[in-house]
Design a binder for this molecule. Sequence first.
Ligand code: MF3
Ligand code: CO
Length: 255
Amino acid sequence: MKYIRSDEEIQSIREACQIAATVLKTMVAATEAGVTTYDLDQLGRKHIESLGARSACFNYRSGKQIFPAYTCISLNDEIVHGIGSMRRTVQPGDLVSLDVVVDYRGYIGDNAVTLPIEPVAPQNADLIAATRAALEYAITFARAGNRVGDISHAVQRTIKPYGYGIVRDFVGHGVGKTMHEPPQIPNFGRRGSGALLKPGMALAIEPMINLGTGKVKMLPDGWTAVTRDGKTSAHFEHTVLVTNGEPEILTIPKK
Ligand code: MF3
Ligand code: CO
């Protein structure tokens, strides 16, 4: 059946997601003014390795490009897929997006958060809160019998009153043996449209929301996506399992 994982696969995805969540938590705790994004990335690498997993980002290929870091670290106007650098130090007032994807015994766990460094501008605090709320609300639609468009529309509906830009060039996705499996999960769409959700589907839901335009520009490194107008961006992501009952958020650390 399409995109449906077996019980054994689900158990592996659960374990991968627990590792991804634990590593993300460690990185969040270490994110403060003065740390370089390289050091954060290395912290992520070491923690992933210490848990017997492997970064799914390192050496990830997209066309001719190969991703050179172990996690994605995106600051301020960077939306996703930022590359840690020794020359980049986290500054007071920054928005820091951390995205951790691990492969554990052949299965993927994927999650991301955006956190503010004090002093946070009120409009950035609002952007972060709305993006997190959009993810939380969207997750409640990850239920058997709903469709992908119900998740998409839930994000769009949460964001609309704020007038923020929704990023359309990147989308959520199924996870399994690889990082990006069908179905795609856009952060906009029509209720009742798209693929039917069934128990056993593992979905990475990930709103990427911009203070200004939703339009994207790529940096010359070939990976980092930034907002076209230079305004800030926020990103939250969980891997969620569709069940016979409540959605199961796999990327909340159990310990
Ligand atoms: N969570 C991101 C995504 O789903 C991770 C990308 S890793 C990279 O696209 F290697 F592609 F950067
Ligand atoms: Co993802």
